[in-house]
Design a binder for this molecule. Structure first.
Ligand SMILES: Nc1nc2c(c(=O)[nH]1)N[C@H]1C(S)=C(S)[C@@H](COP(=O)(O)O)O[C@H]1N2
Ligand SMILES: [Mo]
Length: 388
């Protein structure tokens, strides 16, 4: 090893023509599109999970949340190769000399500061997002709260970055990708591939990453999703998110004296599974769309929640707190906003795809409602309480 290599590299050491603003701007544009889609769909998903949204989250279209989550996970996954290529092309700038104190220095500090924040936030979003898709939570903070907060940091830093770079972006996007006008003086060596070749490979990598790993979010793409974390399987062909065993509810859910309590103020009734089966049954086709990315269509039969709350004299448009047999864990309970309770498709489901609910899918009874995040489709329900 020569002594020189013990020192940090200098910007001039990076000579590949591929590390150019022409490539960075083109990859950056699609990265920006991915971030915008992920940000907007993320806002929708976050809003859909509020217990008391200021404006009701709609129950139509019933597949809306499913498509929203699919777009979110596809955009986030496609961003992985785009971000890596983008960082590779601009990496030499990290070693560029700082200008002398003055306005130029202030500009460079702002520029690099916003990039540091942007890169940090982007890596945080992508790594926590990917871990979430694989249902791996190697941290102790709340995924939803932190992913949401850092999304604002990322989008803010992205806007600052685009604002600062806009003149350069416009200049290089207006010219041929092979134009060298905006290249660093050192970037003269031919790369391993042409700039067009690198871009084509990058688009392909983004498409493969999105479809092969996140394709499981949509039925049309499902068969290409060879790398997806979870594919169909599970009783009734529907994946299981948390099993009855891991939720610690096996015994309580199979007890012959299980009942579901319906409560409104001091009025209350308790219904066993046979009581529920004697009530008017309704069948709906609704997807389960997990916030972790997968989704599946299914046919559910059970009792309308609005019919249940009517038993204790509550109006159809009632807010209902749903509790389950599960004693701990963030998904053990949920709130049905008034418009969800009133919707005729919102059921306390007893069967899935024509068979009695399996224990893992929420036997004896679980909530299923249209256009609702999977995490709120509470399983092993033992209480519906009208709260407003
Ligand atoms: N009681 C309870 N209900 C729950 C959960 C849970 O952990 N506990 N997980 C939720 C999540 S995150 C999803 S995506 C759906 C998945 O339903 P399934 O396992 O029947 O496919 O159940 C929801 N209902
Ligand atoms: Mo989920």
């Amino acid at each position: 090893m020569s002594p020189a290599s013990l020192h940090p590299p200098r910007e001039a050491d990076f000579s590949s023509r591929l590390r150019s603003a022409a490539v960075a701007a083109r990859v950056g544009m699609w990265l920006g599109v991915c971030f915008a889609v992920a940000f907007l769909t993320g806002l929708v998903s976050h809003y859909a999970q509020l217990d008391r949204p200021p404006v009701p989250f709609p129950t139509d279209p019933s597949w809306g949340y499913r498509v929203n989550q699919a777009l979110h996970v596809l955009a986030g996954t496609a961003a992985v190769p785009l971000l890596l290529v983008k960082l590779w092309t601009v990496y030499p700038l990290l070693f560029a000399r700082m200008p002398r104190p003055g306005r130029a220095l202030v500009r460079v500090v702002l520029e690099r500061g916003s990039i540091a924040v942007l890169v940090g936030a982007a890596l945080f979003q992508i790594s926590t997002g990917l871990a979430n898709v694989t249902q791996w939570y190697p941290w102790s903070f709340s995924f939803r709260g932190s992913h949401y907060a850092i999304a604002w940091v990322a989008i803010g830093a992205l806007l600052v970055h685009i604002g600062i770079k806009l003149p350069l972006i416009r200049e290089v996007l207006g010219r041929d990708v092979d134009a060298s006008d905006a290249d660093r003086p050192a970037a003269v060596a031919p790369g391993m591939v042409s700039r067009r070749g690198l871009l084509r490979t990058t688009w392909l990598a983004a498409a493969v990453a999105a479809v092969a790993s996140a394709g499981g979010t949509l039925p049309v793409l499902d068969r290409f999703a060879v790398l997806a974390a979870r594919r169909s399987g599970g009783p009734g062909g529907v994946p299981v998110n948390r099993t009855a065993e891991s939720a610690g509810v096996e015994e309580a859910a199979t007890a012959t004296d299980w009942t579901c309590e319906i409560r409104y103020g001091d009025r209350s009734v308790r219904l066993g599974r046979a009581d529920l089966e004697r009530m008017s049954q309704h069948t709906v086709d609704l997807p389960i769309a997990c916030v972790e990315g997968w989704s599946a269509s299914a046919t559910w039969t059970g009792v309308r929640v609005r019919d249940l709350v009517a038993l204790v004299g509550a109006p159809a448009a009632a807010e209902v707190a749903v509790s389950s047999l599960q004693r701990s864990g963030g998904s053990r309970s949920s709130v049905l906003p008034p418009n969800f309770t009133a919707d005729e498709r919102t059921l306390l489901a007893l069967t899935l795809n024509g068979s009695t609910l399996s224990l893992d899918h929420g036997y004896p009874a679980r909530v299923i409602a249209p256009n609702r995040p999977g995490v709120l489709q509470t399983k092993w329900v033992d209480r519906l309480e009208v709260t407003g």
